[in-house]
Design a protein around this ligand. Structure first.
Ligand code: GLN
Ligand code: ZN
Length: 776
């Protein structure tokens, strides 16, 4: 017996997003289900072969999902809302649960944030939420009073049979189905019914899990991985007890359970987990580094302990020698009961570095994607088993040493500037009340000033021009001319509509993070580094590999050109440092705070350049501020401190009469309002239209002092909001916030909309503001 290699999950989109294209073709009616199934089966087959070839001995199953692994659990368990239930379960039921019964109107809006279900429609889709602190979104299970758990979707068992049939004689491989654990599943579910408290459903739910495990055992499965990532959260006593109860029940089944925790330490749940009657535990040795030694010391030696020191959340090569050193104590104690895996499922990293042929070779030498991470797992296990590949370990040691010295990564100027950061005043020169007075005098805006959040419809022509510029069919001069024409057009439209504060429309931006990343030093982009965000939607996060700096101004010429086309105020538009960080792969050789401050300093220079160029209203988007919150509340204060400071680094240098805006999309504000207030933006715009201004409560309760633009129109749908709707919403806002401090604007940027609906919607918005001015 030797130390075993295993894996917690493999990306399912295919090397070149084959699943995405097959799904979208199927939804459009261009592919039959049999054709879709064939693509899916091929991906599963290839994934298994890749893992076998890499030397992974226990290979995950049910990590494949047509749409989402939580949705897989819902259909498996029969948690199907009445509005989708039908006589015989079929794959389309799952798709309807995810996408709604009618073709979904507009799921794809701005990068990276989730959506609320829209219960005004009969077959409305389930809500989407972020899977812990990843950028992956799951479909929230809905529990009703009439929900009865029962094995419904049998795909799991078919896929297990399919995989077992691949098992050759004498091969040292086996398969391990992965399930979202019952406690995590329940915790993440929304209890829509009121009669039954969530936790009272646990016994009934466990009956079905037992049936599932029983069936898997009958199929010849020995190990099942049960994921309970909520163990990384801070759980109340009753949720902790639920673990004791659940695993006492599940231990009655004939399979061996590998309980998997990841993304965090176990915190106060260490004792609880060490005492659960399961056959083994997987632990994330990276995110959980602080508690790794305590866990190794405390976890019972006769059980399996699986440790993940290969990062499933990031794209850096593992420091193999350091990993081996951290594993020594575990090896001494657990011997062949020690298993080696990535830290978590590899779902969150791109598939294969080999296909990238445009990356800087030095940078590429520091990276490992999913496939390369499997090889690292194997190298670690081999070394622990006394079969170290010395050449590989030495090469890795040299690489890690080189990286520390690399001029590609380290920039003395950036570091020198960062060292002075403590001397930078983070407060604006005058307090808000004083600034507000100066800004009122300078901008002379009416009550209820109107503005938009930045982007205007990204038409086919705009996207084509960008493509042509990238591939060389348009010269830079031609491209600039095309974008300037677009800017002129949006300026005219805004003037015609009568908007008070104009924007240039962001035609030159493909994406709010990529656009800036491409212009900053220290950022790199892959060709195929896609990661699933939800369903068929994938994102390609940039890689922050080195000290970040700004070689030259990024937005100034566009904003300046836009200002030259109008006498109205032109608002400048930047993406904030926290959002830049949050939607990228971030370097792991320095604290996130340090990287964030480097970006903030680069943005500070941009802000000051804009100001010099005559742009005196500047918006800094921080859509992802809330997303960055750590999983444990006890870590929130520290994160919010540096996140807010980075905003202040970016903004504190401007004159008192330069107006700083921020935009934060849809966020719950109640538990972060103090931090949002500490950002001290003169104006904040947020997404509130669908929540009927509910999100303003946090601002009211806190007595938030600065100006607010609560979104009055839902940009996720092509519906044109009426004047009355927007007047009513603003009146509601004015009952909560003094009218002098309110702005009128849409919920978010308009880039996914068409002009056909955008113009009349904005015209109505302006009429609404005019009507309100007459009223107040
Ligand atoms: N300024 C950006 C836009 O209008 C903001 C997008 C966002 O917050 N997601 O598109
Ligand atoms: Zn937004």
């Amino acid at each position: 017996m030797t130390i075993k290699t295993h894996n917690l999950g493999y990306p399912r989109i295919g090397d070149f997003r084959e699943l995405k294209f097959a799904l979208e073709a199927y939804w459009k009616g261009d592919k039959t289900q049999a054709e879709l199934d064939a693509v899916a089966a091929e991906i599963r087959y290839q994934n298994i072969q890749t893992q076998i070839a890499a030397g992974i001995e226990l290979i995950p199953l049910n990590d494949f999902a047509y749409y989402d692994q939580v949705l897989n659990m819902s259909t498996l368990l029969g948690v199907i809302p009445k509005r989708f239930r039908q006589e015989n379960y079929e794959l389309d039921v799952a798709f309807r649960m995810a996408r709604g019964r009618a073709p979904s109107d507009d799921q794809a809006c701005c990068a990276g944030h989730g959506h609320q279900a829209n219960p005004s429609k009969a077959g409305y889709a389930g809500a989407m939420k972020k899977w812990f602190d990843t950028n992956y979104h799951y479909i929230v299970p809905e529990l009703y009073d009439d929900t009865e758990f029962a094995i419904t979707d049998t795909r799991l068992f078919a896929e297990v049979a399919e995989a077992l049939a691949l098992k050759g004689d004498g091969q040292n491989i086996d398969f391990k189905p992965v399930l979202v654990g019952p406690v995590t599943y329940l915790y993440l579910a929304e209890n829509v019914g009121h009669a039954i408290p969530k936790l009272s459903r646990l016994p009934a739910l466990l009956k079905i899990y037992q049936q599932i495990l029983q069936k898997l055992a009958e199929q010849g499965i020995h190990w099942v991985q049960i994921d309970e990532p909520i163990l990384g959260l801070e759980l109340s006593a009753e949720w902790q007890q639920a673990f004791d109860f659940a695993y006492a029940e599940l231990s009655q089944t004939p399979v061996k359970i590998l309980l998997a925790s990841y993304f965090e330490t176990l915190g106060a749940h260490l004792d609880l987990v060490c005492n659960l009657p399961v056959a083994g535990l997987h632990y994330d040795g990276l995110r959980g580094e602080k508690q790794l030694n305590a866990l190794i010391a405390q976890y019972p030696a006769d059980k399996v302990l699986s440790l993940g020191l290969v990062d499933g959340r990031n794209i850096w090569k593992t420091d193999l020698n350091a990993a081996l050193a951290s594993l020594q104590a575990a090896k001494d104690k657990f011997a062949d009961h020690l298993w080696i895996a990535p830290s978590c499922s590899l779902l969150h990293v791109p598939l294969n570095l080999e296909v990238e042929d445009k990356l800087n070779p030095e940078l590429k030498s520091y990276l490992a994607f999913a496939k390369q991470k499997l090889a690292e797992v194997k190298l670690i296990a081999d070394a622990l088993n006394g079969q170290a590949d010395q050449a590989a370990l030495q090469a890795n040691a040299k690489l890690m040493a080189d990286k520390q010295q690399s001029e590609l990564i380290h920039n003395a100027q950036v570091q020198a500037r960062l060292a002075q950061l403590a001397n930078l005043p983070l407060d604006r020169a005058a307090p808000y009340s004083e600034r507000a007075r100066l800004q009122k005098a300078k901008f002379n805006l009416p009550l209820f000033p109107t503005t938009t959040i930045g982007s205007f419809p990204q038409t086919a022509e705009i996207r084509q021009a960008r493509r042509q510029f990238k591939n060389g069919t348009l010269t830079e001069a031609q491209y600039i001319a095309a974008m300037q024409a677009e800017i002129r057009d949006v300026c005219e439209r805004q003037e015609r509509i009568g908007i008070d504060v104009l924007v240039h429309g962001e035609p030159e931006r493909n994406d709010m993070v990529e656009y800036f990343g491409e212009q900053l030093d220290g950022y790199a982009f892959t060709q195929f580094g896609w990661v699933q965000s939800y369903g068929s939607r994938c994102v390609k996060p940039p890689i922050i590999f080195g000290d970040v700096s700004r070689p030259q101004a990024m937005t100034v010429s566009w904003s300046q050109y836009a200002q030259s086309q109008t006498d109205q105020i032109m608002k400048g538009m930047l993406t904030g440092a926290v959002t830049m960080l949050q939607w990228s792969f971030v370097r792991n050789d320095q604290p996130r705070e340090t990287t964030c401050n480097q970006i903030a300093l680069a943005l500070r220079d941009e802000v000051l350049d804009l100001e010099v160029a005559g742009i005196h209203m500047i918006q800094i988007d921080e859509a992802a501020l809330r997303e960055g919150l750590p999983l444990k509340k006890s870590d929130w204060a520290d994160y919010l401190r540096w996140a807010v400071n980075s905003f202040r680094v970016t903004t504190s240098g401007v004159q008192n009469d330069t107006q700083i805006h921020t935009h934060m999309c849809y966020s719950e504000f109640n538990d972060i309002i103090e931090a949002v207030a500490a950002m001290d933006a003169d104006v904040i715009t947020i997404e509130t239209s669908k929540s009927n201004m509910k999100l303003l409560d946090a601002f009211v309760d806190f007595a938030y002092p600065n100006e607010i633009g609560p979104g009055v129109y839902d940009i996720h749908s092509p519906n044109i909001p009426t004047v009355e709707q927007m007047v009513r919403l603003t009146e509601k806002a004015a009952q909560l916030i003094p009218a002098e401090r309110l702005w009128v604007n849409p919920d978010c940027g308009l880039k996914t909309r068409g002009w056909a609906e955008t113009e009349p919607a904005l015209a109505n918005m302006v009429k609404a503001a005019q009507q309100l001015r007459a009223q107040f």
